[in-house]
Ligand binder design. Sequence first.
Ligand code: FAD
Length: 375
Amino acid sequence: MLEKEIVIIGAGPAGLSASIEASRAGAKVLIVDSNIKPGGQLFKQIHKFFGSSAHKSGTRGINIGKDLVSQAEENGVEIWLRSTVIGLFPGNKVGIERGGDNEKKELITIKAGKIIIATGASENAVRFKGWTKPGVMGAGAAQTMVNVNYVRPGNKVVMVGSGNVGLIVSYQLMQAGCEVAALVEAAPKIGGYAVHAAKIRRAGVPIYVKHTITEVRGKDRVEEVIISEVNEKFEPIHGTEKSIKADVVAIGAGLKPSIELARLLNCELTFNPVFGGNIPIHNKDMETSNEGVYIAGDVTGVEEANTALEEGRIAGISAANKLGYIDDDTANINKEEIWKRLKGLRLGPFGERRLAAKKQILDEYETRIGKTICK
Ligand SMILES: Cc1cc2nc3c(=O)[nH]c(=O)nc-3n(C[C@H](O)[C@H](O)[C@H](O)COP(=O)(O)OP(=O)(O)OC[C@H]3O[C@@H](n4cnc5c(N)ncnc54)[C@H](O)[C@@H]3O)c2cc1C
């Protein structure tokens, strides 16, 4: 059986930054990712990032991804693409299916010294009459089609959800030549940043707040979309229906952490609505209830690329420290610095809720598992 010192699952910002820290310290690192390119969500993000200059605001996500990949490669990180982790087994064994769609597939088991799970998040679905018709998809899927595969999902789109994903993807669909016929939001106001909403408004996209999608009509695919006003309980109000001609419905209704692999190892979970659902409890080393198994990024709660990067760094340092590549004092100083930066990122009304939620998770780890690794 193959053996690797650290196996990282997911080559998004969290997995890549973990790999850079651990490999710089001297550890031998393998990253495994199902995609054809490393970078996770970053390779879809052609827009300039928001946040502080220390966290690359104003740089396009795609360029942040390229920079991380070159740093990882310079430090000798091995990256397996088109490789999906299909199982995690006791004794830190990682089951991988390697090989793309038209390639011969191999099943490989690796014994890992340490495992870092950085599998990101997946899109939430919304159900309505006709929701399984071709043309209904996640906003992230529509973004992948235009920005990664250079294919338009259709011509006329109704976007559901006005969070940053809904707003940014609407704009990117227009850049790719689609018409966005409407943006529909059940809440009374827009969820994402005003700067992204302003771009959509300036382009003349009608934004319907206090509205939801109730039906999709069409013979073999989406042809017509019915939206309705909602009451304060978010129930559609009969008699307020509007019909919109469209061939695509993109759903940007939030994300949930991709915790399946952590569950396979019976990592202890907690439900946290601020972070999008069930997440593995972890300590300040980003270590789960399973010793030697770390998590980082959106799998620890849906946030942003910057927080994913910083959490990845902590996981990478912690794993390298446990393997003896970094001494305890240096590791603790570095991790504390990163925790301070993470606190700086979790500011403002959204950020403060996330800071409180993260504290709750760390406290829960202390109560349920009772180990403080990084003081
Ligand atoms: C439209 C949109 C706009 C955004 N804009 C910003 C922004 O401006 N600023 C910002 O800071 N953040 C932004 N974000 C958020 C940011 O992209 C994410 O928070 C970040 O990418 C999370 O990083 P991650 O490494 O945890 O996960 P991801 O980037 O999702 O990477 C996870 C990786 O894991 C791989 N994977 C999953 N399961 C397996 C498996 N079983 N086997 C092998 N590989 C697997 C996936 O293929 C993927 O490559 C945006 C997100 C979206 C959707």
